[in-house]
Write a protein that binds this ligand. Sequence first.
Ligand code: NDP
Ligand code: 2IT
Length: 443
Amino acid sequence: MSYSTKLLDSVKKKSIGESEFHQALTELLPTLEPVLNEHPEYIKAKILDRLVEPERQIIFRVPWVDDSGDVQVNRGFRVQYNSALGPYKGGIRFHPSVSLSIMKFLAFEQTFKNALTGLPLGGAKGGADFDPKGKSDREVMAFCQSFVNELYRHIGADRDVPAGDIGVGTREVGYMYGQYKRLTGVHEGAFTGKGVPYGGSLGRTEATGFGAVYMLENMLAANNEDFRGKRVVISGSGNVAIYAAIKAAELGATIVTLSDSCGYISDPAGIDIDSVKEIKEVRRGRIKEYLEFRKDAEYFEGGLVWSVPCDIALPCATQNELLEDGAKALVENGCKYVAEGANMPTSIEAAHILQAGGVFFAPGKATNAGGVAVSALEMSQNSMRLSWSFEDVDAKLRDIMKNIFDSCYETSGQYGKKGDLIAGANVAGFKKVALAMIMQGTV
Ligand code: NDP
Ligand code: 2IT
């Protein structure tokens, strides 16, 4: 039995029921075998045994009062996974599905993603099983404040720097940051994704979606292609999906779908993103409302986007949204590129089907790293008490995404099949974390 299989078995025994965490480990650990064979010092220092255990897991009660005057109680989490490369860094997710397993898988992935950016960032994730849908602005504020009443003692600009994720955008970060400042009396870069008027970086809102498209630009260029004339299927209609759609359309692609958890819209003429921004960013409504704006569009209740023919697919909603059937449909319909805007949207089996079907596939830890990379740029600007222009930030993001693609592509060639970006990203991220851990000694 291989080292990684043995380790995986023992982790599964110790963390029963944490299926998403097991899935993330099962995807990553076997791809590291060639590196372990080359570097016996990693095995001697038990780097993997240490990496399957988060440094710290914080679980807390979040009581708050709703608009009817009733007390509500939610569960909050912060998993501080690894600090080898820098302060803990990663988003906060508010969604009813949030569990320890989901927090651990996201924090584990974040550790390697952050390493790939080349910036000094450790890995973390947090969140709560709070559902922001249908809540008033005051209820969201009350929840955020109560969440930070516990979280504040664990975070700080040089300790742990949260940001947004599903259900958490500029509004929620603002309420959390305001409470952090009230409790600590310190105005420092303890959160990223802040509003621009009080220390947020220009370009952070766009960064994950734009970054995913820059990753695809590099993948296309490796095949002497570009976005012009390509049909792009995107799932989700949140922060990542919207800005991926905007940038891909700007580069000449036609966006044929967007979705939310209720269903998807298809618009063969190309989705009008301004209408989607109005529905999602202003009204906080449902994607179905797109039919009010464009009479030729269609809405498919409960459907998934993968059966719609395309050249490029960008899963940008949530984990395990692209399964075997979806992967088969994409391959059959001639899709050539899949890049994960979301974290772990593709199951392991589906990713294998795509790769075996000749699809050039980029995993989330590489594709969606633009968000956290610009978060790191926000941290730099806060430390210097300066703010850079949108163009400066965007140019830096483009460079970072090119470096990530190059490093994953080259590493894939060194340790297996050139173009297997799953293995390339895992190995390239792991080597940085492992080296930093060895250099800092074992305790
Ligand atoms: P948002 O909350 O802005 O949007 C999430 C979108 O995904 C919505 O359209 C939502 O639909 C849909 N969605 C969420 N959960 C589910 C579900 N269980 N089933 C079906 N649809 C779902 O989040 P983001 O755009 O920020 O995040 C999307 C993905 O990108 C996540 O995987 C996140 O971890 C990842 N990511 C985000 C980064 C960021 O900077 N924001 C950075 C890197 C990765 P509905 O409204 O119906 O729930
Ligand atoms: O998954 C992610 O990389 C994020 N949600 C963004 C993290 C960050 O700290 O900007």
